[in-house]
Design a protein around this ligand. Structure first.
Ligand code: RP5
Length: 162
């Protein structure tokens, strides 16, 4: 199976990345994690993106906060699918990172998930890999069914809680 490459702009983004890693582990998807910043280590971020396809990655996740250019900078240097996670910062509640991540110029797409959306980033990466992987697609179907059942169980018990 192709690997998922996860890059965060700072280790302060780790709580968001942990959610993505947990989800990838639950689906037995191989991954690598790196701290590369679009601003503080632009050469390493660029080199990682440029070599990602030949290094066995199938999809990349990039998480950053504030002026969150990481996902865009990664996407500029690869045609692998790139999923951006805008991370909540101290000042603007993640709106800064959300807009920085999602407002990409035509020609360089980034698939942005919600602010701090580590779980969905991993699930979207899994769905991309599952296009060519029937076993992974089955696991995703089973997870959807299990998640739906949890909601149905809550529905069945909701009156008792009122
Ligand atoms: C961004 O700036 C990082 O992705 C992080 O979300 C934010 C703050 O970084 P630190 O100052 O905590 O290293 O580049």
């Amino acid at each position: 199976m192709k690997k998922v490459g996860i890059v965060m702009g700072s280790d302060s983004d780790l709580p968001v990345i942990a959610k993505a890693v947990d989800q990838l582990k639950a689906l037995d998807i191989p991954y690598e994690v790196h701290v590369y910043s679009a601003h503080r280590t632009p050469v390493q971020a660029r080199d990682f993106a440029l070599s990602a396809r030949e290094n066995g990655f199938g999809v990349l996740i990039a998480a950053a906060g504030m002026a969150a250019h990481l996902a865009g900078a990664i996407a500029a240097n690869t045609t692998l699918p790139v999923i951006g996670i805008p991370c909540k910062g101290a000042v603007l509640d993640g709106l800064d990172a959300l807009l920085s991540t999602v407002m990409m110029p035509s020609g360089i797409p980034v698939a942005a998930v919600a602010v701090d959306g580590g779980t969905n980033a991993a699930l979207l990466a899994a769905q991309i890999l599952a296009v060519e992987d029937a076993g992974l697609a089955k696991k995703l179907d089973e997870k959807r069914a299990a998640d739906a059942q949890k909601v149905l169980d809550k529905d069945a018990g909701i009156l008792e809680r009122l």
